[in-house]
Design a protein around this ligand. Structure first.
Ligand code: K1U
Ligand code: ZN
Length: 166
């Protein structure tokens, strides 16, 4: 397994739209293992393939306390949405920045698992927030895109300076 490099905002590659996975091949399974290792090491509770410069519809998530409940979503689709919640979100591609975003409270998602089998989950709370945040990455959207242009530009400037001074 390997720790992968995570793209940092405002890298333009974070705005790439991901393509569906055609087959859950051995290479995709290896990428899942590497993404999980990268997410746990960061540490984070989610990671989209876009963030490791792989522009395919693949997400790993683990919101459990014990970090032993990996959820793999391949070609995910939201089929139901209801309610509204605000959550102070973070992002491994925008380190050190936490901002409130409004999203659906409950969602139903249909996706493929690591074995290529279709499944449906109904979730709410943090897991629902995290899935919506990661699915945005697959659409080339970063959570700061929900903020005002003023806030977003301040974050962009801070991130550029951080990367320049590293
Ligand atoms: O970059 C990412 O997409 C991962 C991101 C997921 C996320 C967090 C909070 C709300 C929505 C989506 C993170 O994991 S940021 C780091 C983080 O939240 C965290 C890190 C360690 C322990 C607990 C949380
Ligand atoms: Zn993110």
């Amino acid at each position: 397994m390997a720790i992968l490099d995570i793209l940092n905002y405002p890298d333009p590659r974070l705005h790439t739209i991901a393509k569906p996975v055609k087959e859950v091949s051995a290479a995709i399974k290896r990428l899942i293992d590497d993404m999980a290792e990268t997410m746990y090491a960061a540490p984070g509770i989610g990671l989209a393939a876009t963030q490791v410069n792989q522009h395919i519809q693949l997400i790993v998530i683990d919101t459990s306390e014990t970090k032993d409940d990996l959820l793999v979503l391949i070609n995910p689709k939201i089929t139901e949405k209801s309610g509204q919640q605000d959550y102070e979100e973070g992002c491994l591609s925008v380190p050190g920045v936490y901002e409130s975003v409004t999203r659906a409270e409950s969602i139903a998602v249909v996706a493929l698992n690591k074995n290529g089998q279709e499944f449906t989950i109904r979730v709410e709370g943090l897991l629902s927030v995290c899935i919506q945040h990661e699915m945005d990455h697959l659409l080339g959207k970063v959570f700061v895109d929900y903020l005002s242009p003023l806030k977003r530009n301040r974050i962009k400037t801070k991130m550029v300076k951080l990367q320049r001074d590293r």
